[in-house]
Ligand binder design. Structure first.
Ligand code: GTP
Ligand code: MG
Length: 138
């Protein structure tokens, strides 16, 4: 079974949406095999989003990700990476399909409620940034 890394972002934890988002994840057939609520440090957020560091929105993105608690998760299932991207919906909620997390809950392209890994290599790196092997219980 494949694993992907998920973050419930500060805009969603601020509105008490962890349970609502988890219900959508589980309804899609993904299993939450690790989960913790953390306040990311600036350094953690910069490392996590290093691929975007030349983008004009990088500073705003990092400030947002450390503006409140997040819930980091490992999700497991068949084709978990693609399946979770589908459940999340498009990055910009204006383009997100009906029934997706971002359509239901995201507030803007920046404050878009969730993150999900985009490939097996990034999933492995992202999971290892936040979880030790023995914290993941499949
Ligand atoms: P993630 O799962 O969070 O990686 O989202 P994504 O893969 O759908 O989008 P992408 O990797 O292209 O961008 C990463 C994150 O940067 C997005 O989820 C947004 O939070 C943020 N982002 C992208 N574009 C913009 C933008 O134009 N303005 C701002 N403020 N943030 C943006
Ligand atoms: Mg991305």
């Amino acid at each position: 079974l494949e694993r992907t890394f998920s973050i419930i972002k500060p805009d969603a934890t601020a509105r008490n949406l962890t349970g609502a988002i988890n219900a959508m994840i589980e309804a899609a057939g993904l299993r939450i095999v690790a989960q913790k609520r953390v306040k990311m440090t600036r350094e953690q957020a910069e490392t996590f989003y290093a691929v975007h560091k030349e983008r004009p929105f990088f500073g705003e993105l990092v400030d947002f990700m450390i503006s409140g608690p997040v819930v980091v998760q490992v999700l497991e299932g068949e084709g978990a990476i693609a399946k979770y991207r589908e459940v999340m919906g498009a990055t910009n909620p204006e383009n997100a399909a009906e029934g997706t997390i971002r359509k239901a809950h995201a507030q803007s392209v920046g404050e878009n409620s969730v993150h999900g890994s985009d490939a097996p290599e990034t999933a492995a790196v992202e999971i290892a940034q936040f979880f030790a092997g023995n914290e993941i219980v499949g």
